[in-house]
Structures are given as C-alpha cells and as structure tokens.
Design a protein around this ligand. Structure first.
Ligand SMILES: Cc1ncc(COP(=O)(O)O)c(C=O)c1O
Length: 393
C-alpha cells in the first residue's frame, strides 16, 4: 500500500534523506502491527565512524543502556566496538554474543555485589567508583582490578543531567584514589559525565580542568594515572541542530593535549549518539478529541512504553501520514495510549491533521526509548527492527 507522509523541509535537517527513504520504503512493503522501532544500521555505522575520530588514542565503549537490542549489539560487536555495562542482564546479552571481557567496562559507580561477582567471573577488569564502600566491595570481589574515580562536574546545558546522583569533588576523589591503592586495587584514571544530550561544549572544558587538577593531586600522592574516561553526552538532533561531534571532539582533543601527559588512554562511552538518530518509531493514531480549545491526538506509544524521556523535556519531531494538505495544520497535544494522565508526550505540536488509523513517525527515537519501556496498562513494548544492507538480511 502506498502511503502519503507529510515530509517537510525541516525534517531533512533532523534525519538524513537516506534513512527516511529506507523507512518509508519499509512501510510500503511491510504490514506490521504498530508500535515498532525501525533502526537504520548504516546510520549507526556512520555514527560509530564519526565518534573518536578526532580524539587521539581513544577507544569507544557503547553504553548498552541506550538500546540493548540484541540485533543492534550483534551489529556493534561486528564493528568491534567496546561496551559499557551496569547489570547482570546487560552482561548476559554480551556473553551470549561472545564479547571478550577486555572489550567490556563498567562505569556505574555503584554496582551490586551480584553483578560484580558475575563480572569478575567473566574477566572484566575496569570499574568506576566514587565511594569507599565501592572500593571495599571491589577489593573483596575483584581484587587488583583497575579502577577510575568519578568526578562530579557541571551538567548545566544538558537536557538529561546525571551529576547529582554520582561523582565526588576533587579532594574526596584524591582521597579515594589513595584509598583504592592502599586496598590493593589499581587506580588507573578519572571519569566524569557532562550529562546526557549535552549541548553546551563548555561543560567539557570545565570537566577537563577539574580532571587535570585531580590528575596533579594524584601525582603528588604518588599515584600515576594513565586513563581518562570522558563518559558520554554527545548530543543528537531531535527538533533542532546541535553542536557536531567533530566540534566537540576537536575541542576535547586540544584540551587533553594541552593539559595532560601525552599518550594517555582515552575512553569514550557514547550511548545516545550511537543509536538515537538511527531510530524511528512507527506508531498509529488511535484517537482524536477536542477538549475545550485543545486538540488532542492519541497514539499507541506513550510515556510508559517508549517515550519516557519526553517527561524530562526531550521534544521529538513527528511526520504524520495524512491526506490533507500541509497548509491545513493544527496544534496538537500528543498523548500515549494509557489511562494515566501523566501519559502526555508533547504539547503545541503543529502537524497536518491525520485520521485515526493513520501512522505517525517519531524521529530520533533510537536511544533511551525501548530500553525504558514497560507494559503498563497492557500496552506492548515496541519491537525493534534493524534494517540491514541488502544481502545482510
Ligand atoms: C556512566 C555512563 N556512561 C555513558 C552513558 C551514556 O551517555 P550518553 O547516552 O549521553 O552518551 C551514561 C548515560 O547515562 C552513563 O551513565
């Protein structure tokens, strides 16, 4: 069935034409019950090739939490990427794919004993921490492992801040490096996270200044560090352009070159930037209503089964299937399918009017969507479909 989607100019600035073309072609060929998430594998490959390109001596560890779909992980494994994990579940998937322990790190500063035991048995040897309690756990379960301390850094300008929950200030971080050494662990470095979807390049400047100060403090305490883990945070395009990976990395690379000893190892842990823009949710309009002067559009993906980040302020771009002219637009409040009044995804979204039963595409929805989803109220978690190059699948 040939479908009519209202693709507008600004959509082309959000996702590449090639990805959109693949998705529209897929929808013309396949009849699948919505909701589902289409992922363009070539877009993932392109993103992976951009990340780390401008940072000397860097290795990438994909943050599995962003999207742990097995086909995506298989694909990334074939690209020989490293992985950053936090839980037994994430490790189980990677072990089913035979990922070598040397390619896995864990940067969640507080890990359960159960996970640590499993990670130790698997041979994982790089862990972050930000408390003496974590050092005590690591000493018991993974003695002599490599550890890097999490520094607290400003998250202003990040749409998904992370720093209040984790990280310590300079003096405490220095004390913790010494404490880890005294306990027989191998303190190798420093990590920080500037906050997810970080659109403020200066966050990296401040973070690197702090990391340099800690590096020097450690040296004074006779601890020679070799690793700087710069976390994730690279932003993606949702409704507008953001600073490019190239700009961020060139800046970070220059700062590292100026401030730190040459030849230190850099770890990068991108999640959102690897899979976010490669994903497009395909949903169905399940109902419409006018409530006083507000037009409501109800769709079969909501806050609980995929669009949780909308609650934290992430705003998506939409393409609707509509047979009405783009001139006749309405301003919608878009809501999910559940009975909960919290299940509202967005307000004041101007769209050509779709009919109930028409499809609606939600752009840049590959990261932190399905991985957050629940079956609350009996609504299904969207399945993920990886579109591979011809011949692959
Ligand atoms: C420790 C750690 N590393 C990496 C990431 C990935 O961050 P992003 O998706 O912003 O690249 C996260 C996100 O929560 C994280 O907590």
């Amino acid at each position: 069935m040939l479908r009519t989607f209202k693709v507008e100019k600004f959509h082309a600035s959000i996702i590449p034409e090639s990805t959109l073309f693949k998705v529209l072609k897929y929808l013309d060929k396949e009849v699948i019950e919505t909701p589902f998430l289409l992922i363009d594998s070539e877009m993932i490959k392109e993103k992976v090739s951009m990340i780390g390109r401008h940072i000397r001596n860097s290795k990438i560890f994909y943050a599995v939490k962003a999207n742990p779909d097995i086909e995506i992980l298989k694909f990334l494994n074939e690209l020989n990427l490293g992985f950053e994990i936090s839980s037994e579940g994430e490790l189980e998937i990677l072990s089913s794919l035979g990922v070598e322990p040397e390619r896995i790190i864990s940067s969640n500063p507080v890990k359960s004993l159960k996970f640590l035991k499993m990670a130790a048995k698997y041979g994982i040897h790089f862990f972050s921490y930000d408390s003496a309690d974590e050092v005590d756990k690591l000493t018991k379960v993974v003695p002599h492992c490599n550890v890097y301390v999490r520094l607290s850094v400003p998250n202003e300008g990040s749409e998904w801040p992370l720093s209040k929950k984790f990280g310590v200030e300079l003096d405490e971080a220095a004390t913790l490096l010494t404490y880890a050494k005294d306990k027989g662990l191998n303190p190798v470095g420093i990590t920080f996270h500037v906050g997810s979807q970080c659109t403020n390049v200066y966050n990296w400047n401040i973070a690197l200044d702090k990391a340099k100060a800690l590096w020097e403090l450690a040296e004074r305490n006779k601890i020679k560090l070799t690793l700087l883990n710069i976390g994730g945070g690279y932003p993606i395009k949702y409704t507008k352009n953001v600073v490019s990976i190239e700009t961020i990395e060139k800046n970070v690379n220059n700062l590292i070159y100026d401030k730190f000893p040459k030849n230190i190892e850099i770890h990068i842990e991108p999640g959102r930037a690897v899979v976010g823009e490669a994903g497009i949710f395909v949903a169905t309009v399940i109902g419409k209503a006018q409530r006083s002067d507000e037009e409501w559009l109800y769709i079969d993906i909501g806050v609980f089964n995929g669009l949780m980040e909308s609650v934290g302020g992430i705003k998506y771009s939409y393409i609707v299937e509509s047979y009405k002219h783009t001139k006749y637009k309405k301003r919608y409040t878009i809501a999910g399918p559940s009975c909960d009044s919290f299940d509202v995804i967005d307000k004041n979204v101007t769209l050509p009017e779709p009919d109930t039963g028409n499809l609606i595409l939600i752009l840049s929805s590959g990261a932190y969507t399905v991985s957050y989803a629940s079956e609350f109220n009996g609504f299904s978690i969207p399945k993920t479909i990886l579109i591979q190059r011809k011949g692959k699948r």
